[in-house]
Design a protein around this ligand. Structure first.
Ligand SMILES: [Zn+2]
Length: 339
């Protein structure tokens, strides 16, 4: 399987240099579709503990796996994520289905590729109302559901709010200003904590928290005016600190017991590699390889497990349902492109 992934990642970008980058992206999507459909079935679920009481899905925007301490980064700013990995299951070779924010999150929440869910880019596509999100399955099964996102790119108007009784993000703007409408991780966590405070102890929940801070443009100076040495690492560190604050709150409220926490990113960041400043066109590992860590819940007895098999982020949705003891979502498939 690793060989297949390596060949995808090696040859498709080469094709992009001699043909169309967008065509290359389509080829890569087909490639990872094959990988994902095989890899998802190989996530070993034998000998699990009791099903998760609740699920916390955390997506970091624009975070490369190799900038996380648990993935070997020496200058890491991620003690919270590293701690989750030390007490959980880490996937060494997790790939995003697509290097763009809205389509990737649609894949995470539906467990399908853009060819099936129909969301191919930010801003001009919306997930159709007949799509099946895991948030809908959780809610139908009596879980309390809420989402707190950091960017207008994931605004409720783009369809990811389905199944969430509460869905909060930056205020929508009449003028389409995707990158201007954002909020920081501390605001996201403040709002999530406010929601959790009204939750009755014992209520099961599925909550999605999204941090946008690592996405450009990044601040070059801190609040006191000092120059930030590495703005990208600093932004990842801010999110990690806020995730830690949220997890400590949940523990203090008694909501962390048998909680399954999943941490991933929607895509990476090229940071100038291969001639790409950010992400969204090429499909090199710099933009496609993401962290993927499951921790707690029924995996509590599997501390520090590292899995080398390749997976894509379409495997997250069915895995979360399984670990929470719920049946698979009924997927609809379409193979057309609608704006
Ligand atoms: Zn993104």
């Amino acid at each position: 399987m690793r060989v297949v992934v390596d060949r995808c990642v090696r040859w498709v970008p080469r094709f992009a240099t001699i043909a169309s980058p967008r065509l290359a992206a389509v080829l890569f999507a087909v490639c990872v579709s094959v990988i994902g459909s095989r890899a998802a079935a190989k996530i070993d679920s034998a000998a699990l503990g009791a099903e998760a009481s609740s699920v916390l899905l955390v997506t970091f925007d624009t975070v490369r796996a190799d900038r996380i301490g648990a993935y070997g980064y020496a200058a890491a700013t991620t003690p919270t994520i590293d701690g989750l990995a030390a007490r959980g299951v880490l996937f060494e070779s997790a790939l995003s289905a697509t290097p763009t924010t809205l389509p990737s999150h649609a894949s995470i929440l539906t467990g399908t590729y853009p060819s099936a869910h129909g969301v191919h880019d930010n801003g001009v596509f919306a997930l159709e109302r007949d799509a099946v999100l895991i948030s809908e399955v959780f809610r139908q099964r009596g879980f309390r559901t809420a989402a707190f996102v950091g960017t207008y790119i994931l605004d409720a108007s783009f369809g990811l709010d389905q199944g969430f009784e509460t869905y909060r993000g930056p205020a929508s703007t009449l003028e389409f200003r995707m990158h201007a409408a954002r909020r920081s991780a501390d605001e996201v966590v403040d709002e999530a904590i406010s929601w959790f405070e009204q939750l009755d102890r014992g209520e099961r929940f599925f909550v999605w928290v999204h941090f946008y801070d690592p996405h450009r443009p990044l601040p070059e100076r801190d609040a006191s005016g000092r120059k930030i040495e590495d703005p990208y690492d600093a932004a990842i560190g801010s999110c990690d600190r806020e995730l830690g604050r949220l997890l400590r709150f949940l523990d203090a409220r008694g909501l962390g017991e048998n909680l399954l926490t999943v941490v991933t990113a929607d895509h990476g960041e090229s940071n100038g590699e291969h001639g790409e400043a950010t992400h969204g066109i090429f499909v090199y590992q710099s933009a496609m390889r993401v962290p993927l860590i499951f921790s707690g819940g029924p995996l509590a007895g599997r501390e520090g497990v590292r899995i080398d098999r390749a997976v894509t982020n379409t495997a997250i949705a069915p895995t979360l349902l399984k670990l929470a003891g719920l049946p698979p979502a009924q997927k609809r498939r379409r193979f057309c492109c609608r704006a």
